[in-house]
Design a protein around this ligand. Structure first.
Ligand code: GLU
Length: 329
């Protein structure tokens, strides 16, 4: 899917090179729906991390999934973050980076590291091994497949999904908060899909290519994405790229059906904007993050001078939307 150009969506394609010498962060929401409290907290923490260092921050709209992503969510995401008072040095749309993603697939194919895979989800489920992130491990069934020769179209001629042959071996990796991220991605989850059967470039590949091309030095994101880091670092290493600094932060959860779910879906941006001013919602987010001890209204820029990760809480927070307010449980 390519989003149509929208005058309200100021897309600038590259961070100027002089930005790449300093800390460069990125906020990379999937544009599969409106911003929710969890999205806004993640954006705020990402923004505070970069800006409090005097660094730059890029907004990357991750719109590669043709099933889940809709063009209207791109502009809505930009608008929501601006409403919260967050500014970005560049706004990019991931689907515009297709050529860069394909160039990396070419590189991996030249090194004979790509193969086609016809296994379905059901095949993986039937195999029955779980990876650390709860998904089913890929057992390597199609690993011996060869791609068509380059003059026969190479990987572009393949209609099945494409996986990368990872090298075996464990490595150590901790994020800045001390979270253990290392391990052996091949043993844990198996070779990752890098291009899906429907032609979409898969998240792990698109994410590391875009981070690298933009000179991203700091990846700040929710703890639910921590299990993705080892495979992303393994891919960076295969390509000879540096590893950014990682930090994974608390999540906002909600009680739902006796379980705790990520605070997504229950209350969207339009409802939040209907009941809160920018500064009021800033106060709620600052309080749940641990940056403030009360709900007094505050703007993101007013939090900058006092921002430190030492002050951000570690534990996930449970919030409940009562129809007009977010209630801290
Ligand atoms: N697009 C992913 C998400 O919204 C996050 C990607 C990342 O931060 O690496 O969950």
């Amino acid at each position: 899917m390519r989003a149509s150009t929208d005058a309200r969506l100021p897309i600038r394609d590259k961070l100027p090179t002089e930005m790449q010498r300093d800390a460069v962060g990125r906020f990379a929401p999937t544009t599969s729906g409106p911003a929710h409290p969890g999205t806004l907290l993640a954006a705020l923490l990402c923004w505070l991390d970069a800006r409090s260092r005097g660094g730059r921050i890029l907004l990357r709209l991750e719109d590669l999934d043709p099933v889940r992503c809709r063009p209207e969510h791109l502009a809505a995401m930009v608008e929501s973050l601006a409403w919260l008072g967050l500014d970005f040095d560049a706004v990019v749309r991931q689907s515009d980076h297709r050529d860069a993603h394909e160039a990396v697939l070419d590189r991996l194919a030249e090194q004979d590291l790509l193969y086609s895979c016809s296994c379905s989800r059901t095949d993986l489920r039937n195999h029955g091994e779980r990876a650390r992130d709860g998904s089913f491990r890929y057992p390597g069934t199609c690993r011996a497949n060869r791609l068509p020769r380059r003059d026969a179209g190479g990987w572009r001629a393949v209609r099945e999904s494409l996986r990368v042959r990872l090298a075996p071996g464990a490595f150590e990796l901790r994020d800045e908060s001390g979270l253990e991220l290392g391990g052996d991605p091949l043993a844990d989850a198996g070779d990752p899909i890098v291009r899906r059967r429907d032609g979409a470039i898969a998240y792990h590949l698109a994410s590391i290519v875009d981070d690298h091309d933009a000179g991203v030095t700091r990846v700040v994101r929710g703890r639910d994405l921590a299990p993705s880091t080892a495979v992303q670092v393994a891919l960076q290493r295969m390509l000879g790229w540096p590893t950014p600094d990682y930090r994974h932060h608390l999540l906002l959860l909600e009680p739902r059906g006796g379980k705790l779910a990520k605070l997504h879906g229950s209350v969207g941006f339009d409802a939040l904007r209907g009941f809160y001013t920018t500064a009021q919602l800033g106060g709620v987010l600052a309080c749940v993050a641990g940056l403030r001890s009360d709900l007094a209204p505050v703007s993101p820029s007013a939090l900058l001078s006092e921002f430190s990760w030492d002050r951000v809480g570690n534990a996930d927070r449970v919030l409940h939307w009562d129809g007009s307010r977010l209630i801290d449980r």
